[in-house]
Design a protein around this ligand. Structure first.
Ligand SMILES: [Zn+2]
Length: 551
């Protein structure tokens, strides 16, 4: 029911300057605090809202020992729509700082808009310095840029439809090369060694350049590319092997460059079939390959804020990513999660807590979960074991939202992931809201935690897929310039932020009934090795790294 109404009122919400919520919306969510919000506030201006933003917010000092113990209902009550709105507008203003350099607002890593976002978070935390300590964790993030690429039939000059340049692919000058089909899935040394061309002296014969044609599957694209490079190929083409994907492009990443990573293009299942056939019918089949790209290192920072109080041996951790894609300001993705965390962090300061709470704003999520992975993989064993749960909050307010919960379980994921999922389900059920379980497949910052044995999960409001209830795209501005303040569903934003408050309050109060960390369990870490020997390559647990397929 809520969904229908939202679609109908969506156009009414598009004006940022006149933030007016229609009657229909008010009826749907007629909580007392919302009523209070609406009263006399029909024509709120941005300036008025700014006066009550999270950053400007201040309160009289109450000593910690006088504060009441956190309770979920009390914390949820403090989550206010006007805070969410004002902070969203602030983030958009920060994104505009990138205009000079990028020609449009963005908060992509390395941009003025992203650095300003980090400063904004720090400023808010500075205002709560009696309650939180924060640290900045600097790391090198890889940033790839594809300027142009092309894959064409050398004879006909026709290019193959829906080809994709793999993210973080190195550059290669235009050349014509023979396309060679790699046996099996190209994940092992043996697949390449069996090829006749390796019995020749490569250094002597540079006249014919070779391009590896490799089937998708089993191991990461990055390993296939590296192996092909190691065995003398000049470039690689990887084709989709899922017939149901038909002519759809293959959007993958090579991940961190390895010793022999070569320029790699992805093609659809249909094009893959065509290329294999072409090789079979013409004894020597040639294609033209070119890629103009750069891979650069950018220093960036995670922000991690810990409550000063609470049991440091039992930490409740939650995160959102502070960066956006280059194409736009990223106000839903993940400005919304960034704002939700700031708002919950702010309201938590009114309470005493039993367990320590850790808020994290990850950087370089869009480049492949780099910030959260860096954090999770660099935890000492001791620090790792103190984290009882990690909760991921990425895209809380998609315009045609659904209430999505990552479908984690205790069999495939660290013990406790299922209990967290249940907490989310119970909340939506309690509020009589429909929810959707979505694949726990690696599209956000929980990956590093799961791979290091920490129970994790999260919620989202939807990206490029269609809403299961009304068949329309969940976020029509996903990774685009129009992901601005008008791209937020305020009702979902409020509900989801209240749910975040619920998750924090519940575990900050007690981990009763939540599994203890099994410190003897060996973490199920998938390969990210940069070494050269590939004999038995394990299948990665997660299909994606953020927006890109890994294998
Ligand atoms: Zn995101």
């Amino acid at each position: 029911m809520v969904y229908m109404n939202l679609v109908a009122l969506a156009p009414l919400l598009f004006s940022v300057e006149a933030f007016v919520l229609p009657d229909m919306f008010q009826q749907e969510f007629a909580t007392p605090e919302l009523q209070q919000f609406f009263e006399g506030k029909d024509e709120l201006t941005r300036e008025v809202l700014k006066d009550s933003s999270a950053v400007n917010y201040w309160k009289p000092h109450v000593p910690y020992f006088l504060k009441p113990l956190v309770e979920t209902e009390k914390l949820q009550k403090k989550i206010q729509l006007d805070d969410l709105n004002a902070t969203a507008q602030d983030l958009y203003d920060l994104a505009k700082k990138s205009h000079k350099k990028y020609g449009h607002p963005t908060r992509v890593i390395g941009s003025p808009g992203h650095w300003a976002t980090i400063d904004y978070i720090l400023e808010a935390l500075d205002g709560m310095s009696d309650y939180y300590n924060y640290t900045l964790q600097e790391f090198d993030a890889l940033s790839g840029k594809i300027n142009s690429f092309n894959l064409t039939d050398a004879k006909t000059g026709v290019s193959f439809p829906n080809s994709t340049a793999f993210s973080l692919s190195p550059s290669v000058k235009p050349f014509t090369g023979e396309l060679i089909e790699i046996p099996n899935l190209g994940c092992n040394e043996a697949d390449y060694k069996s090829l006749e061309i390796f019995n020749k002296d490569q250094s002597e014969d540079n006249s014919v350049k070779k391009i590896a044609l490799i089937e998708r599957g089993k191991c990461p694209f990055g390993i296939k590319s590296d192996l092909a490079g190691k065995h003398g190929f000049h470039a690689a083409v990887i084709y989709d092997n899922e017939p149901e994907n038909g002519g759809e492009g293959l959007h993958g990443t090579l991940g961190e460059p390895r010793n022999h990573t070569i320029s790699t293009i992805g093609v659809s299942y249909d094009v893959g079939v065509l290329l294999v056939t072409n090789i079979e019918v013409s004894k020597h089949y040639f294609v033209k390959f070119e890629m103009d790209s750069t891979v650069s290192k950018i220093k960036t920072k995670n922000v991690i804020a810990d409550t000063k109080h609470g049991d440091p041996e039992n930490i409740v951790a939650l995160g959102a990513h502070s960066d956006s894609v280059e194409e736009g300001p990223g106000i839903n993705d993940d400005g919304s999660g960034t704002i939700s965390l700031l708002t919950v962090a702010k309201q938590l300061t009114h309470f005493k807590i039993n367990n320590k709470v850790r808020f994290a704003w990850w950087s370089a999520e869009e480049e492949g979960l780099l910030g959260s992975n860096y954090y999770a993989y660099n935890l000492t064993k001791e620090e790792n074991h103190k984290i009882r749960v990690f909760m991921d909050y990425d895209m809380m307010a998609s315009p045609n939202y659904e209430y999505e919960i990552y479908d984690a379980n205790n069999k495939d994921h660290p013990n406790g992931s299922e209990e967290l999922k249940k907490l989310y389900i119970d909340f939506y059920k309690h509020h009589k809201l429909n929810y959707t379980l979505i694949p726990f497949d690696g599209r956000s910052d929980y990956v590093g935690f799961i791979e290091n044995g920490i129970p994790a999960g999260g919620i989202a409001a939807g990206a490029e897929k269609d809403n299961v209830w009304n068949g329309k795209v969940l976020d029509k501005c996903y990774h685009q310039l129009c992901d601005d303040v008008s791209n937020l569903a305020w009702d979902a934003f409020l509900i989801n932020t209240k749910l975040i408050a619920h998750s924090v309050a519940t575990y900050a109060n007690s981990f009763e009934g939540f599994p203890l960390r099994d410190v003897n369990a060996t973490a199920d870490i998938t390969t990210t090795s940069t070494n050269d020997v590939y004999n038995e390559v394990p299948v990665p647990q997660f299909k994606y790294a953020a927006d890109y397929l890994v294998y």
